[in-house]
Design a protein around this ligand. Structure first.
Ligand SMILES: Cc1cc2nc3c(=O)[nH]c(=O)nc-3n(C[C@H](O)[C@H](O)[C@H](O)COP(=O)(O)O)c2cc1C
Ligand code: SF4
Ligand code: SF4
Length: 261
């Protein structure tokens, strides 16, 4: 049977989970949604199809919304989503949004999973998950991916229970995110010390950053707020407003930087 796993990632958690699921599905293809969104309407995957991505504001990243809406799933026999999340979950938003998109295409969502990972969201009042918790989270995520692969192989109908199916203010926040995120990247700025290495532009999954005289410029109207640029800058000089100045930076240690380029 054919297995295809589409992923979107900023800091590597979702790619790691996608790769770990693929390890349990013989011959599985692992494909970046960001790299193939332009040709999504021409993709007609067969067999099982999974979408692995981070939860953003209790919902789908905008590009994942777009990708699932566009891809031709008429030849698939089993569709599942895997939401990686940091702290509070709210994953129910992702599942109901994915289910709604699939329903409009005449497809069912056969399974939905949540995988708790290191939290990379540092724009509000909290920091990256404390380092002492990372190993256990990475190991838990690997074990969960193994379990997911077994469920997919059996084509079992399955849904993880969400701690929070619906959070009113966050759903409002997610709607605002979906409508504005592509061009709402004005809060990114430099705090000094840029070494003009271009890594921020290279790891941006949607190529939203260009370099002008060696300095990054945001604004190709394709931002997803994935924070790859901010977290991977080697001198941590990228900020998002004031909040990120004293916060830690994170990349999944099991994913090489070159896998994010
Ligand atoms: C813009 C943004 C919004 C986020 N919103 C949520 C959220 O609503 N709930 C949650 O549990 N984690 C949230 N997170 C944390 C990520 O979902 C989590 O760290 C994820 O594993 C990151 O995946 P990645 O490494 O593949 O990019 C958010 C992260 C970002 C960057
Ligand atoms: S500009 Fe930064 S936050 Fe926006 S999509 Fe690119 S890497 Fe992600
Ligand atoms: S990754 Fe950091 S140091 Fe490198 S070009 Fe971007 S902002 Fe400058």
């Amino acid at each position: 049977m054919s297995h295809t796993i589409f992923y979107f990632t900023g800091t590597g958690n979702s790619l790691k989970v996608a790769k770990d699921i693929a390890a349990g599905l013989e011959g599985a293809s692992v494909i970046s949604m960001a790299s193939s969104v332009d040709k999504a309407t021409n993709l007609v995957p067969q067999g099982t199809v999974g979408f692995v991505f981070p939860v953003y504001y209790c919902g789908l990243p905008q590009i994942v919304h777009e990708f699932i809406s566009m891809i031709d799933l008429s030849a698939t026999s089993y569709v599942y989503v895997v939401c990686t999340y940091g702290a509070m979950g709210g994953n129910g938003g992702c599942i109901s949004q994915a289910r709604k998109i699939l329903k409009s295409k005449g497809k069912a969502l056969n399974a939905a999973f949540y995988v708790k990972c290191v939290d990379n969201f540092i724009l509000w009042t909290w920091d990256v998950t404390p380092m002492k918790k990372h190993s256990a989270l990475h190991e838990g995520a690997r074990e969960k991916a193994e379990k997911i692969a077994k469920i997919v192989l059996r084509k079992e109908n399955y849904q993880d229970k969400s701690a929070m199916e619906y959070i009113g203010p966050m759903i409002f926040r997610h709607g605002h995110y979906l409508r504005t995120v592509n061009f709402n990247d004005k809060a990114f700025c430099l705090s000094g010390g840029c070494i003009s290495c271009s890594l921020c532009a290279d790891v941006c999954p949607t190529k939203n950053i260009s370099l002008d005289d060696g300095q990054p410029v945001w604004g190709s109207k394709k931002c997803q707020r994935c924070l790859a640029c901010l977290h991977l800058c080697p001198v941590a000089c990228i900020q998002y407003g004031e909040a990120t100045r004293k916060r830690s930076r994170y990349k999944n240690p099991h994913i090489a930087t070159k896998e994010l380029i």
